[in-house]
Design a protein around this ligand. Structure first.
Ligand code: PNW
Length: 510
């Protein structure tokens, strides 16, 4: 056959060039010093819910007393059995090649009464054993103090709606810093304050499902932000000089974008929604003025007045607390999964009265991006890039760690959807780092293995490893994404390997 028949016609060559501009990532290599990790949370993986001195927490209570509230009726009694199988966890982490492991401490395991009158030696032993195993594999711990599993005894006193929780949290943090701070150099106080305050107190999407909409959510945020600040100051003044670590908070965003970027009303409302969602907790800590976002204080005041209340349901912090809360995080910890749209002004019909949603005064829509197994999780990588640029400009170019990002499916081992999600979201990180100078220092994938996904039980799966919960020894099977992430951490570069591309997706044939 004459060689010419193999040559590429010029128009094909041009098409390939054009495609490479639009379809392929412009940047693939992560900057020097950028770190990778994966995350879990105690209640979602540990199990051993009532052994070795651990007491009941709010998720034990909800899943036992109201199992119909959990999609598949499961609970965290055994979960992934990490209390017994933590060495398997660490072996998997080592295989993934991560720099750090983000996990959380179970308050009810360390302090069964919730208070410091009794420190449970088995709880301390368990976390020390996990820390030993991580140290042996050279994996840095990044430890969350509170990932939603409040001791039920403290919930019985009102939980985060009770201002006394500021002291209880500080005391709990004190025990953790003292017991583990010689080897934990990175702390997170709270995981996702919005989900705690809005979902668990303002709604019933999370335990303890108080559903005090428009009231309990704001009582919670007052307490939680003060508790965070007190833990920060305790660390900063008492422990940092000896232990030399860092401490931050992880805030979740659903990023809101206008459905029509040309529509000025939608653009303005999207900003209001972002202030209500992310700014609620970020503004008090990461802005120069501090305090709750002005638009939030004003909107709630207006609504409260219309409701005939003598005082607004949310009030600005006084000047003491504004100062005390401001600047209390060494990094901006971001959990990000998804973007939703704002379609216009008005009261969302799903909004109860009063409520956070009604206080915003905007209509939201999820008609954007690709599907996942979770109703709320739409795949919109460009939203992530836009959100990170907004963080840079809104919070004066903070140092950022992505402390969670991930994708749910129903448990397939050939998890091309997850790989594509990671690849596209990581591409956005590279773009904002190199094109916009956003200071992202590290990335945490959610999650090591399929685990107890709160009210979704085990019906939505976010893990690198598939976990068979019908087997007593909870066997874990690597999904294809394990290989993807392993290649990423080994080369510090987005993997280009064809085997990570979904063969069922139509390819452009040249
Ligand atoms: C996080 N959203 O929750 C939690 O930190 C994890 O414990 C959880 O398993 C994981 O994400 C997956 O759900 C979120 O609506 C809940 O954007 C809701 C949202 C994001 C994260």
């Amino acid at each position: 056959m004459p060689p010419m028949e193999h040559a590429m016609p010029i128009w094909t060559f041009i098409a390939v060039l054009a495609l490479s501009q639009t379809c392929f990532a412009r940047y693939t290599k992560f900057p020097e010093g950028f770190t990778f990790g994966v995350a879990t949370a105690a209640h979602q993986i540990e199990g051993a819910w009532n052994v070795s001195g651990k007491s009941e927490n709010v998720w034990d209570r909800l899943s036992h007393s109201r199992p119909e509230m959990i999609a598949d009726g499961t609970n965290g009694d055994i979960a992934c059995d990490s209390y017994n199988r933590y060495l398997e966890d660490v072996a998997e982490l080592a295989y993934l090649g991560v720099d750090f492991y983000r996990f959380s401490l179970s308050w009810a395991r360390i302090l069964p009464s919730g208070r410091v009158d009794l420190i449970n030696p088995d709880g301390i032993r368990y976390y020390n054993a996990l820390l030993d195993a991580l140290e042996e594999k050279n994996i840095e711990p990044l430890v969350t103090l509170f990932h939603w599993d409040l001791p039920q005894s403290l919930q019985d006193l009102g939980g985060w709606a009770n201002p006394k929780m500021i002291d209880y949290f500080r005391d709990y943090a004190d025990v953790c810093f003292r017991e583990f701070g010689n080897r934990i150099k990175s702390w997170i106080t709270f995981n996702e304050p919005y989900e705690i305050c809005e979902d668990a107190y303002g709604d019933e999407k999370k335990a303890p499902a108080i559903n005090s909409h428009g009231v309990g959510n704001y009582l919670c945020s007052d307490t939680l932000l003060k508790a965070h600040a007190e833990a920060y100051h305790l660390y900063n003044e008492t422990y940092r000089p000896m232990q030399n670590g860092k401490i931050m908070i992880s805030i979740n965003s659903i990023w809101y974008e206008p459905q029509d970027p040309e529509n000025a009303e939608q653009v303005a409302l999207a900003e209001v929604a972002n202030q209500f969602k992310f700014g609620w907790f970020a503004n008090p800590i990461f802005t120069a003025d501090g305090g709750y976002p002005t638009v939030m204080v004003e909107n709630v005041a207006r609504q409260s007045q219309a409701e005939g209340l003598p005082k607004p349901r949310l009030e600005q912090f006084d000047s003491y607390w504004i100062q005390r809360i401001k600047g209390t995080s060494d990094f901006l910890g971001i959990n990000h999964y998804t973007t939703h749209l704002i379609t216009g002004a008005g009261v969302d019909y799903s909004a109860q009265s009063p409520s956070w949603l009604k206080d915003i005064g905007a209509i939201t829509s999820m008609e954007v991006g690709g599907d996942s197994a979770s109703e709320w999780l739409r795949v919109v990588p460009t939203g992530f890039g836009n959100f990170l640029r907004w963080c840079k400009s809104t919070y004066n170019n903070p140092a950022i760690y992505i402390t969670e990002n991930g994708f749910s499916d129903f448990g397939t081992l050939q998890d091309y959807g997850r790989i594509q999600y990671f690849n596209d979201y990581l591409t956005e990180i590279l773009n904002v780092i190199y094109d916009d100078g956003v200071n992202v220092l590290g990335y945490t994938a959610w999650t090591l293995m399929d685990n107890f996904e709160w009210r979704a039980g085990f019906s939505e799966r976010f893990g690198f490893y598939y976990v068979d919960i019908t087997e007593p020894d909870r066997p874990r099977t690597p999904k294809l994404s394990v290989e993807y992430f392993r290649q990423l951490t080994a080369n510090r570069e987005l993997p280009q390997d064809d085997r990570f591309k979904d063969p069922s997706k139509t390819r452009i044939e040249l």
